[in-house]
Design a protein around this ligand. Structure first.
Ligand code: ASP
Ligand code: MG
Length: 430
């Protein structure tokens, strides 16, 4: 190993709101320069400036109502290419060698699914060479190149986090720093719960549950990747120097060295789902199988499912489930088309719903968490429509109008409220 390779390595990712304009790009560049000058090899993954990705998407839809996914990826990846090049310029002006790369140039090899490709390999030869020369490497996030078609792909909205963790794993960097517009992971979205508290340390498992239940602070696949590859993720604000949140294998309270054991680590909410109720399904073998085969055939993911016992006199039952709101119409159309074959009585569709989840490894060993959660909702006058649980999570579906109240009342009931209001530094939350 050469002496240069012995430098510690760090991957830093900056989100769109941290590089929203020229001034912020220069500010982020100063922060990166500090890390480089303290002696580390620095690889930076960058998101598109501000709302650029949304703006490009709007533009595409103005030109064509259903743009081809390949061309959409060509368009959307330009957002990250802009910010990467601009950041390299800003670093050059600070006297540092810096090189920007597209995902493809950086060796991010993906599947061929446009708009939602998965990373299958990283071949970081060019990054390694640039680091050896002492340069800071800037990689355009959320993109790669398909191994089979050689076309440019994107990894899904918010996936620059995943690019960063994947690069950290491939480059052997022990820590991936994710810089955003809040001070770390909070006990609830501080935009909705002003008393949300910043969490110093959280386990991969809890972070996975929070991210899959709607917490937007980290991309879900980034947490999956980090857990699999054992990369510590350090979530921090680019607007402050506060310590942030460390996402790692075992959280402190699991090791038993916290003063007081937190039963609930945090809450998440999600307004992106719709609820479908299939009324009057004959209660006999194979009905649920047929129904969900129809949904699967339409390539729609299901989240919660509830089936009741059948009515004594009719022998019919109702099945309710949730799907992404964007797939709602497709699901209803597919079911209606299959009605003669399945034989249900009626279909109800409701997208005025939201899901509120409480997450914590402590609930494995502490009884009464569900009771406390539901009591808090009852006292706040919130009606529960559906319930689902995992070993470390309880989720409820409530009316969309009740989501904020449900979150705040549960947050208070579990003793999570902080003394001071949480700071949100930037971003439109778009
Ligand atoms: N710019 C992309 C998005 O807005 C990716 C990212 O920011 O992580 O979804
Ligand atoms: Mg993001």
């Amino acid at each position: 190993m050469s002496e240069q390779q012995a430098r510690p390595r760090i991957v830093q990712k900056f989100g769109g709101s941290s590089v929203a304009d020229a001034e912020s790009i220069k500010r982020v560049a100063r922060r990166i320069a500090e890390a480089r000058r303290s002696g580390s090899d620095v690889v930076v993954v960058i998101s598109a400036m501000g709302d650029t990705t949304d703006d490009l998407m709007d533009l595409a839809l103005q030109v064509s109502p259903q743009p081809r996914p390949r061309e959409l990826d060509m368009l959307l990846t330009t957002g990250e290419r802009q910010s990467a090049a601009l950041l390299a310029m800003a670093l050059n002006d600070l006297g540092l060698e810096a090189l920007s790369y597209t995902g493809s140039q950086a060796g991010v090899i993906t599947t061929a699914t446009h708009g939602n490709a998965r990373i299958i390999d990283i071949t970081p030869g060019r990054i390694e060479k640039s680091l050896d020369k002492g340069a800071v490497v800037i990689v355009a996030g959320f993109q790669g190149v398909s191994q089979t078609t050689k076309d440019v792909t994107t990894l899904g909205r918010g996936a620059s986090d995943t690019t960063a963790v994947a690069l950290a794993a491939a480059l052997g960097a022990p820590v991936c720093e994710i810089y955003s517009d809040v001070d770390g992971v909070f006990t609830a979205d501080p935009r909705v719960v002003p008393g949300a508290r910043q969490i110093p340390q959280i386990s991969y498992d809890e972070m996975l549950e929070l991210a899959s239940c709607g917490a937007k602070v980290l991309h879900l696949r980034c947490v999956e990747y980090a857990r699999r590859e054992d990369v510590t993720v350090h979530v921090r604000s680019s607007f402050s120097t506060k310590p942030g949140t460390v996402v790692t294998g075992l959280a402190d309270h699991q090791k038993g060295n916290a003063m007081e054991e937190a039963i609930i680590s945090g809450l998440a909410h999600d307004r992106s789902e719709a609820k479908i109720t299939v009324v009057g399904v004959p209660d006999k073998v194979g009905e649920a199988a047929r129904l969900f085969e129809v949904i699967a055939g339409a390539e729609i993911n299901i989240d919660m499912i509830v089936q009741n016992v059948s009515e004594a006199d009719t022998g019919d039952t109702d099945i309710t489930f949730t799907v992404p709101m964007s797939d709602g119409k497709k699901a209803v159309d597919a079911l209606n088309a299959a009605q003669p074959e399945i034989g249900f009585a009626d279909l109800r569709y409701d997208d005025q719903i939201g899901k509120v989840s409480v997450v914590g490894v402590g609930m494995r060993t502490h009884p009464g968490v569900a009771a406390k959660f539901f009591c808090a909702l009852a006292e706040a006058g919130v009606n529960i429509q559906m319930i689902s649980t995992s070993e470390i999570r309880i989720s409820v579906v409530v009316s969309a109008d009740d989501v904020d109240t449900a979150l705040r009342s549960a947050h208070t009931a579990f003793g999570l409220d902080a003394q001071e209001e949480a700071v949100v530094y930037a971003g439109t939350g778009r």
